[in-house]
Each structure stands twice: as structure tokens, then as C-alpha cells.
Design a protein around this ligand. Structure first.
Ligand SMILES: O=C(O)c1ccccc1N[C@@H]1O[C@H](COP(=O)(O)O)[C@@H](O)[C@H]1O
Length: 217
């Protein structure tokens, strides 16, 4: 039997969004600690939400180039199960974070063309998961490290696999998820802006729709 699609709903910042994700069957929920993101949550707000998440669902911290002191403070304040490195962390830094904080680490790799996938091989020995996200084009002013609601060419992933779990991210929403999964072959997906009414405002309806759709794929 085929493994069900595993979904991460990212940028959770309200009880309504969290309930929709939990009740809809998300396997992971993400809290965004990048201050410039419209999805940023304070550690205090994230802690209040994270404490209510059932143990079967992983609570993921999206962090961007944080130093050890900041990561330690975050982990002291918020119950978290995984660290998602979404900045310019190299394999040495990813390994150091994983060793020091003893949490599973997922490294986001920005993809625009086939050669961008080569970075995966360097991270594989030192992380627990990979995430392939869209690399913003140079013309995109004020691009965030992630959460830009843009997709990359999913055919770049077709027929590919890696020896550790990998997620597809980048502009996924209830309208394009089925196509993205069909073309890329991904069995783990992550959605942030595609389940919002506007940047930073999650839509419980869209979260429910995406999760319901994922169960059919
Ligand atoms: O969502 C953000 O604002 C964000 C900011 C900084 C780093 C990562 C961020 N989000 C992650 O990026 C992927 C793709 O987002 P989207 O679906 O295209 O909006 C998302 O899954 C988050 O994990």
C-alpha cells in the first residue's frame, strides 16, 4: 500500500489555524521565528500554541541563520521537536546545530535549476531531513528566505529520491498540490502562504482543504 502524503502546515500563528491543522491530519506544524516574516511568532505565543499540539504531531521551528545563543533561548522557551534551517547554514553549521541541540534537523535547499539539487548530497550525512523550496529569482525584490509563494520546476524532482525523508515546498496550495505531487513524486509536502487569506493570516478553510486533498493523493 502507498504511504499517505505527509503534510506540514507552516507559519502557524493562531489557535484556529492550529486546530485546523491538527484536526485535518497534519503530521508536522511549523512555527516561524524569522523576525522579518509575516508569519513570525514570538516564542511566548508559539509556546502557548505548541503546548497544545498532540504528541503524534511534530512541532517544527523555522529558523534562519540563528546563532547558538538564540537557538538555546528558543528551545528553552518553546517545546519543539525539530529545527528547520532555512537560511544560509552550510553542512558544517547544520552538523554543529544537530550535535549541540540534539534535535532532528531539516535543511531547506533553494532550487531554481537541476544543479541546485547537488547541495542535497552535502547535507545528507548531517541532517535528518531535506526540504526542497523555490529559490526566488534575483528580480524578486524583498524576497524572504522562504515563504515567497513561488514554486520551482517540479520535473527537476521527478524520478529522484534521497536516502533520507525529503519534503517539497514552495507555493503549494489546494489548487496545485495534486499536480505538484504527481509531477515531483513527493510524498511529503509543506505549505505556508498557500493556506492563507493574506500574508501571515492563515485560512482554516484552506488548511482543511489542502489536508483533505492530500489524503486522496
Ligand atoms: O514562511 C515564511 O515567511 C518563511 C520565512 C523565512 C524562511 C522560511 C519561511 N517559510 C518556509 O518556506 C516554505 C515555502 O513557503 P511557501 O509555501 O512558498 O509560502 C514554507 O513551507 C516554510 O517552511
Amino acid at each position: 500500500m502507498r504511504m499517505a502524503i505527509e503534510v506540514k502546515i507552516c507559519g502557524i500563528n493562531s489557535p484556529a489555524a492550529l486546530s485546523a491543522a491538527v484536526e485535518g491530519g497534519a503530521a508536522l506544524v511549523g512555527f516561524n521565528f524569522y523576525r522579518k516574516s509575516p508569519r513570525f511568532v514570538t516564542p511566548e505565543a508559539a509556546a502557548a500554541l505548541a503546548r497544545t499540539v498532540p504528541a503524534s504531531i511534530k512541532r517544527v521551528a523555522v529558523i534562519v541563520d540563528l546563532d547558538n545563543e538564540a537557538i538555546a533561548a528558543l528551545l528553552a522557551a518553546v517545546p519543539l521537536d525539530m529545527l528547520q534551517l532555512h537560511g544560509k547554514e552550510d553542512p558544517t553549521r547544520a552538523a554543529a546545530i544537530r550535535a549541540r541541540f540534539r534535535k532532528p534537523v531539516m535543511k531547506a535547499i533553494s532550487i531554481a535549476q537541476a544543479s541546485d539539487l547537488e547541495a542535497a548530497d552535502k547535507f545528507l550525512p548531517v541532517v535528518d531531513r531535506l526540504m526542497f523550496d523555490a529559490k526566488p529569482p534575483p528580480s524578486m525584490k524583498d524576497a524572504l528566505p522562504g515563504g515567497n509563494a513561488i514554486s520551482f520546476d517540479w520535473t527537476l524532482l521527478a524520478g529522484r529520491d534521497w536516502p533520507k525523508p525529503w519534503m517539497l515546498a514552495g507555493g503549494l496550495n489546494p489548487e496545485n498540490l495534486a499536480e505538484a505531487v504527481r509531477i515531483s513524486g513527493a510524498r511529503r509536502v509543506d505549505a505556508a502562504s498557500g493556506v492563507e487569506d493574506r500574508p501571515g493570516v492563515k485560512s482554516p478553510e484552506k488548511i482543511r482543504a489542502l489536508l483533505a486533498l492530500a489524503k486522496t493523493l
